[in-house]
Design a protein around this ligand. Sequence first.
Ligand SMILES: *Cc1c(COP(=O)(O)O)cnc(C)c1O
Length: 342
Amino acid sequence: MELSKLVRPNILKLKPYSSARDEFKGEASVYLDANENPLNAPYNRYPDPLQRALKQIVAQQKGVETDQLFFGNGSDEPIDLVFRVFCEPGVDNVVAIDPTYGMYEVSAEINNVSYRKVGLRSDFSLDAQALLDAVDANTKVIFLCSPNNPTGNALDPNAIRQILNVFPGIVVLDEAYIDFSAQPGFLSQLNDFPRLIILQTFSKAWGLAAVRLGMAFAQVDIIRLFNKVKYPYNINVLTQEFVANELKNPNRTREWVAYLLEQRNHLTNGLKKLPLVKYIHPTDANFVLVQVEQATEVYKKLVDQGVIVRNRSHIHLCMDCLRITVGTQEENDALLDALKNL
Ligand SMILES: *Cc1c(COP(=O)(O)O)cnc(C)c1O
């Protein structure tokens, strides 16, 4: 299907805001075009609206072209843009796995777009056919998340590929936790799927949640639509420069991931020994979903001891489950001690 048939007509027609920095991109000695204060350099100047310097570094590390990359204020921004670009409020719908990350549904509701949940199987595996069966003529987007939150498992790449091959609309694949997975993810196959949008983030493996920088990878025609609709200066100069500097140290991130995977084992092994733990779901992420006896009671008693986990016991297929983030060895031991002493 042509991309233009998937895009909201008003967005297709939209003539985007053209900033001073869009109109003149070269180097000059006197800038009198943007009504900036000439004092207080360098923070007096508007930042690059397309974050070119940072994109060059990230695109190279990720093995994509710079124009296949979009930066947002966290992953939240590209998630919202997917709705604003593709989904006509009150008319179109999206299909998503259930359970999954809560932001897709919140964003759908904010944009008045109907959100169709299709359950994962009871082992949290992806039933591709069930998702495809939920699609109708107004389904613009399918949301997948792998490794999935809150279940922790990576989805079967063959089932993901089945959806990519059959569904004619946009497929969003959220890979926020891909650095913790043994699976490679779909970034190397980006060019095989013209309607695939992959989301990644600096909030998890890179340890930069406070900075708010998310990435979307897709073909140029989709990235262009995002750039057209986003706020002109969505990523501030502090973020652009700070992250460019952090990226000089990819080895540190790899070491962190290795440490956290080690700690994931340590935590899992400790949990296995506790009688109140009924089941530890297999995980490909930096957290574990654990079924316990009386999850809400356990949750409250942990809070009393100053240890906070996420109570997911009210969520579809997650009865009596707590989601526990892998912390430092000290933090993981504090949790295990607290659970022993309930
Ligand atoms: C944590 C998380 C993100 C990251 O969101 P940011 O807005 O980039 O911090 C994205 N997707 C999922 C599924 C997550 O769990």
